[in-house]
Design a protein around this ligand. Sequence first.
Ligand code: FE2
Ligand code: FE2
Length: 390
Amino acid sequence: MLVKAHQTGNRLALGHRSPVSQNRFMTTSAKPTPTRRRLLLASDRGDHSSELADILREVGEVDLVATADIPSAPARDISGVVVDINLRSPESVQMVRNKLRSKAYSAVPRLFVLADALHHASMQAWALGATDTIMRPLDAHAILQRIQAAFPASETYDATDRGKMLNRGVAAAHAVITKIFEKLPAGVPLKFSDVVEAEGKILKAIKHSSLREWLTAVGCHHADSYRHCLFVTGFAVAFAQHLGMREEDQRRLTRAALLHDVGKAFIPAEILDKPEKLTPEELAEVREHPRRGYQALAEQGGFPPEMLDVVLHHHELLDGTGYPNALRGNQISDIVRVTTIVDIYAALVEKRPYRMPYTHARAFGVMEKMGGKLDQQLLQAFRPVAFGCF
Ligand SMILES: [Fe+2]
Ligand SMILES: [Fe+2]
């Protein structure tokens, strides 16, 4: 028995790991994700979005169409739709809405180009089902990174069921993280159903693919905060599956991991992405994120208590030196302990602007040295998941 089993309340049922899941995380045969895509670029611009089309051709074939000519169903191997229209024109918006609301487009990611940072245009894009947005002036590097993060590559999309499941899981997780970091600060509420919709796809992706492939797929994300949440989710799901948790507990942990840093949506990006050391004031502001996230979800309502528990307490430490409430020992639930371990581990092995990623051995060593701050028994149970995925 790796860790004590619990069945009720805020406790997770942590059972034996199965030999099957153990072997899966030890696999070393994953192939890198191919990068070619087929994209539909819908434009109503006088220049036919030629600059954008040239940028997109770096990562795939581009089918350039006028908005009136968007096909009623997308090509079978399409990776996503890029919409470059005048979002202030009611006719253009209506035309795109009519075309994309067809069921055939429901699972296709869509990237909208905004002319400026105006609130109205971005709201319009979200209302049209945007998966992500980019802004003029066009930055080729940023656009390509966003396409790679949000749009599955055609070969894997079409290649195997495993590849499809991985892509669907990554796209579903990406959509939730985008809602957190872009819609929430713009006043669009995040609903519990948004998260529930994604969790099944994420669980399936990691179960039928591998944690390594998940990390490879999400590792190219353009923003540190997004990438971090996607890493934490991957580690949490793989850990849950490794421990043989019940399906419902796996779902609870997936939701919690996806949303754990929701409060960072309210912290200015200049602070979150600052490459230099934070000032004491900035650090204090970052440390507000558990409370800010908790308040946002509690005010919105409909989120289960264990999710609020994780959002508020994932920086608590067993010896009482954590924040915001300096909880100790048994005051910290299992789901929080698991999230804290995968959160710290993910943060250490991620690349940051101010340092290279830690090796797995070094990250593990740091966490072992944290001694009584972390549940060391649980940390040891996590070792094969962490070491087996690279
Ligand atoms: Fe956090
Ligand atoms: Fe985090």
